[in-house]
Write a protein that binds this ligand. Structure first.
Ligand SMILES: NC(=O)C1=CN([C@@H]2O[C@H](COP(=O)(O)OP(=O)(O)OC[C@H]3O[C@@H](n4cnc5c(N)ncnc54)[C@H](O)[C@@H]3O)[C@@H](O)[C@H]2O)C=CC1
Ligand SMILES: O=C(O)C(=O)Cc1ccc(O)cc1
Length: 313
C-alpha cells in the first residue's frame, strides 16, 4: 500500500455519490492524505447523513453543484444511468482547470451522457476502477478496495497529458495500477469479463429459485460452493446492474449471443455423449485459470468479499 503523503495531492476533492466506491475513495483520500478538503454530495439525504456520521468528508451537500465549487478534482460515483443528470447539474459550477472523472462500469455511454455538458477548460477523463463487491452504500466501502487492482482510463482525443498524469498519480496512490484504452474496447472487454458473469449469476439464481421440484430451503441448504459464488454476484446492487445492462447493451448482447452459441454446443456434446469434446473444453478452461494465477493475479472471488467482511466486523 502506498505511504501517506506529507502534502496533499489536491486542495479540494468533491465526491458526487458516496456509496461503495465513493466511500472507499473518501477513506483512502483520508488515509493517504490525497486531498486537503473532501466535499461530499449525494442525492439521498439519508445517505448524506450516514456519510456525515461515518466522518467520510469535511463538508456535505444535497446539491452536487455546491460540492464541486472550487474543487480541483471531482469524482462522480453514481449508477451510470444518472451520469447525464449529474453532468448537467455540476457543469456550470466546475472550476476552470479542474479534473472531472467518474468510476462507472460502462464508458461509451457515460462519455455520451457527460461530455456535451462539460465546459471548456475542465479536464474530463473517464475512468473505471476494476474493484468492487456485491455490497453497496457508504458503510460498505473500505480504504484497501483498490489495492493492486486495475484502474482503466478511456481518455478522449486531445486530453491534457498533465491532467491524465495527475489523475493516474491519484489512483496509484489509492493502490491501483493504471491502464489506458478506448471506450469501445473497454465496453467489449468488460462485457465478457464482468457484465456477462453477473448476468449469468442473476439468471442461474433466478432459475434455481423457479424450479418447482426443488424447494427454496433446499436451494439454501444444499448450495455447494459453485452456486454460492453465483449467489454472491447475484446479490449485487439492482440499480447499478440495471444501468450497466441498459448502458452497455450492444456489447452485452454481442457477448450473450456468443455465449448462447457456445452453450448450445456444450448442450449438444452432453446430449450426444461427446466426452472428448467436454474433456477438451474443461482442460482448456482449467489452463486459463492456471495462467491467471501464474500471471500473479488473485483469482479467488472471496477476495473482494473477504476484505469487505473483515472491514465490516
Ligand atoms: N459496486 C461495484 O463493485 C463497482 C461499481 N462501479 C461503478 O461505480 C458507480 C457507483 O457504484 P457503487 O458505489 O457500487 O453504488 P452505490 O449504490 O453503493 O452508491 C451509489 C451512490 O450514488 C448515489 N445516487 C444514486 N442515484 C443517483 C442519482 N440519480 N443522482 C445522484 N446520486 C445518485 C447514491 O445515493 C449513492 O451515494 C457505478 O457507476 C458502478 O457502475 C465500479 C466498479 C465496481
Ligand atoms: O464483486 C465482484 O466480484 C465484482 O466483479 C465487482 C465489480 C463490479 C463492477 C465493476 O465494474 C467492477 C468490479
Amino acid at each position: 500500500m502506498p505511504e501517506p503523503l506529507s502534502e496533499p495531492l489536491f486542495e479540494k476533492i468533491a465526491l458526487v455519490g458516496i456509496g461503495l466506491i465513493g466511500s472507499s475513495v473518501a477513506r483512502i483520500i483520508r488515509k493517504n492524505n490525497l486531498g486537503r478538503h473532501i466535499a461530499i454530495a449525494t442525492r439521498s439525504l439519508e445517505t448524506l447523513e450516514r456519510a456525515k456520521q461515518l466522518g467520510l468528508g469535511d463538508s456535505y451537500f444535497a446539491q452536487a453543484a455546491e460540492a464541486v465549487c472550487d474543487a480541483d478534482l471531482v469524482i462522480v460515483s453514481v449508477p451510470v444511468g444518472a451520469s447525464q443528470a449529474i453532468a448537467k447539474e455540476i457543469a456550470p459550477a466546475l472550476k476552470k482547470g479542474a479534473i472531472l472523472t467518474d468510476v462507472g462500469s460502462t464508458k461509451s455511454s457515460v462519455i455520451a451522457q457527460m461530455q456535451p455538458h462539460i465546459p471548456e477548460g475542465v479536464h474530463f477523463i473517464p475512468g473505471h476502477p476494476l474493484a468492487g463487491t456485491e455490497k453497496s452504500g457508504p458503510d460498505a466501502g473500505f480504504a484497501e478496495l483498490f489495492e493492486n487492482r486495475w484502474c482503466i482510463f478511456t481518455p478522449l482525443p486531445g486530453t491534457d497529458p498533465q491532467a491524465l498524469e495527475k489523475l493516474s498519480q491519484f489512483w496509484r496512490l489509492c493502490g491501483a495500477n493504471i491502464e489506458i484504452m478506448d471506450a469501445d474496447h473497454h465496453d467489449r472487454t468488460l462485457a465478457i469479463v464482468s457484465h456477462l458473469p453477473h448476468i449469468i449469476a442473476y439468471n442461474i439464481v433466478g432459475t434455481a429459485s423457479d424450479l418447482e421440484t426443488v424447494t427454496q430451503s433446499e436451494v439454501i441448504k444444499y448450495s455447494a460452493s459453485g452456486f454460492r459464488d453465483f449467489t454472491r454476484l447475484a446479490a449485487s446492487d439492482p440499480t447499478m446492474w440495471r444501468d450497466v445492462c441498459l448502458h452497455n447493451k450492444d456489447a452485452i448482447l454481442e457477448m450473450l449471443a456468443r455465449f448462447s452459441e457456445d452453450l448450445a454446443s456444450l448442450q449438444k456434446a452432453i446430449r450426444w455423449g461427446d466426452g472428448d469434446k467436454l474433456f477438451d473444453l474443461f482442460t482448456h478452461t482449467r489452463a486459463i485459470r492456471r495462467s491467471i494465477i501464474e500471471a500473479g493475479q488473485e483469482v479467488d472471488a472471496p477476495n473482494f468479499g473477504r476484505q469487505a467482511v473483515e472491514h465490516q466486523k
